[in-house]
Design a protein around this ligand. Structure first.
Ligand code: FE
Length: 175
């Protein structure tokens, strides 16, 4: 521990400016929003809610919401993904285990899987950090499409424009 200067206690805030190049913080008051318009539709019964779209490092933090028997298309991760289940329950068609409310999941680079929410789950919400790219593929790994932080950003802009919030609504989540 550094030696304390005289007259300074633990409750004294940091006195110097942050580096000028540092990004601004993001504070989202209602991460799980009251306003339904904040959920960006992604597929049938699948939505995402952006929290941080990091264009300088190439990852995105978002809530994924899936309702009744929704499927998130088969995809491969070249980079790691971290997930924390906030509500509901889901599994991958490729694994035996089930992610329950409160579960943490690490998806290793090289993993290909299909996220499935069973019919008896009304709604699942999971907080995901996705790094790099989602590589969508057929059951044999052949390329069918991709998403990255820039395609997510485009989806947000188009959706927020459509629902009347304006395309620039998403700017607050971009760093
Ligand atoms: Fe995944």
């Amino acid at each position: 521990m550094p030696a304390p200067s005289s007259g300074v206690d633990a409750m004294t805030p940091y006195q110097l400016p942050n580096p000028p190049e540092a990004q601004r913080e993001i504070v989202v008051e209602s991460a799980i929003p009251q306003d339904e318009r904040l959920w960006v539709p992604q597929a049938e019964n699948v939505w995402f809610r952006p929290l941080c779209l990091n264009v300088s490092t190439g990852y995105w933090m978002n809530l994924l919401r899936v309702r009744k028997s929704g499927v998130l298309s088969r995809h491969r991760h070249p980079q790691a993904v971290h997930g924390l289940v906030l509500k509901g329950r889901w599994r991958y068609l490729e694994h035996d285990w089930v992610a329950n409310e409160g579960s943490y999941v690490f998806e290793p680079p090289g993993e290909t899987h299909t996220l499935y929410v069973p019919e008896d789950v009304e709604e699942m919400i999971t907080y995901f950090q996705v790094n790099g790219v989602m590589y969508y593929c057929d059951p044999y790994g052949n390329y069918t499409g991709y998403e990255d932080v820039f395609t997510k950003l485009d989806m947000c802009r188009a959706h927020y424009e459509r629902v009347g919030l304006g395309a620039s609504y998403v700017d607050q989540f971009v760093r």
